[in-house]
Design a protein around this ligand. Structure first.
Ligand code: HEM
Length: 308
């Protein structure tokens, strides 16, 4: 746990593991690659007008980076398809709740943040995205990025793919889609880091995308309700209102399950204590976060209790 000061309030932070290694590798390779695609793409669009490299080099680099990013995309896709972390991308199927959460988040970004109001979204392992991020990332990763790659491959060798290109309306149509998405991604790459800088400190989300660990206020951390000794009928921790339907109030775990979770959270604390008694600070922090992560996973599963 660390302490940070925000305004007059001292925040007690707890670290939770939200960005697994494959996602972090994919993300930073992807970010660098997109910057290179944008720079080389501008060279292709305005040949001879930007002096960073020759037209031929821009073509070669654009193609090579494009294919590298297609391979890189599969790190992201395969990781999410074959782990339960795909839950962070589960859409909110209740349109009213989605609309309400999205509006709350938009109000926060457009207004509340300037008045120092708290972010309405509290990160947890399976809810690392707020309603706006969730919607944007789904559309981008499942629709826009694949379309950009696909149109890029078609334009890479128009004669080889002439049948498909004609089917889609010809080179002009394919090229227009590719360029419109290029404009979208150029704007996105400006707005996305800005929004990512609106954490509890400007660098908090960037650090999280490097280390994997997001810092959350202790009162919103997983297990906070249990640590406060809430009973079954009392409201849960503030972040819990964002659980999906199948995990919500009417299906809260029975008292025995809550007890078991409380015990596993306590085991975590005991484990951390044992490590700190050895006086090794580095050893103490890592196993604690690791252990915490296991407890949180355990808790998330128990919270749902398989009741879908
Ligand atoms: C200069 C470039 C970029 C920077 C500095 C940056 C920064 C970040 C940061 C700090 C996060 C974690 C906070 C959050 O969840 O919002 C993040 C997440 C994410 N970014 Fe970026 N980003 C960049 C480029 C891109 C590009 C080009 C794409 C897609 C085309 C992208 C897609 C995503 C996605 C999908 C996530 C969520 C990843 C996951 O957990 O599954 N980013 N980015």
């Amino acid at each position: 746990m660390t302490a940070a000061v925000s305004g007059k309030k001292e925040l007690h932070m707890q670290r939770i593991y939200v960005h697994p290694l494959p996602v972090r590798i994919w993300h930073w390779v992807n970010a660098l690659g997109f910057v290179m695609l944008i720079v080389t793409g501008v060279h292709l669009r305005y040949p001879g007008q930007i002096g960073l490299m020759s037209f031929e080099s821009a073509v070669r680099l654009h193609n090579a980076v494009g294919f590298a990013l297609i391979c890189n995309y599969f790190i992201w896709l395969i990781f999410y398809l074959f782990t339960d972390k795909i839950r962070v991308y589960h859409p909110e199927l209740n349109p009213i709740r989605h609309y309400r959460n999205a509006m709350k988040q938009a109000m926060f970004y457009g207004y509340g943040i300037f008045k120092g109001e708290p972010n309405p979204h509290h990160v947890s392992i399976y809810h690392k995205f707020n309603a706006l991020q969730s919607m944007a990332y789904q559309i981008i990763m499942i629709l826009l990025v694949p379309i950009q790659f696909y149109t890029g491959v078609l334009l890479w060798d128009v004669s080889r793919f002439s049948g498909t290109v004609e089917l889609l309306g010809g080179v002009r149509v394919v090229d227009t889609v590719h360029v419109l998405l290029f404009i979208f991604f150029t704007v996105f790459i400006l707005i996305h880091p800005y929004l990512a800088s609106l954490g509890h400190t400007p660098t908090a989300h960037f650090k999280a995308m490097i280390t994997g660990y997001e810092e959350v206020e202790e009162e919103h951390a997983p297990g906070a309700a249990l640590k406060r000794g809430l009973s079954d009928d009392e409201p849960r921790a503030p972040g819990d209102h964002e659980r999906p339907d199948h995990c919500r109030a009417e299906q809260e775990p029975p008292r025995a399950a809550l007890q078991r979770i409380a015990e596993s959270v306590n085991e975590c604390t005991a484990h951390a204590q044992q490590q700190s008694d050895q006086g090794d600070v580095i050893v103490r922090r890592e196993p604690r976060s690791e252990c915490q992560r296991v407890c949180e996973d355990h808790q998330a599963h128990d919270g749902c209790n398989g009741q879908r």
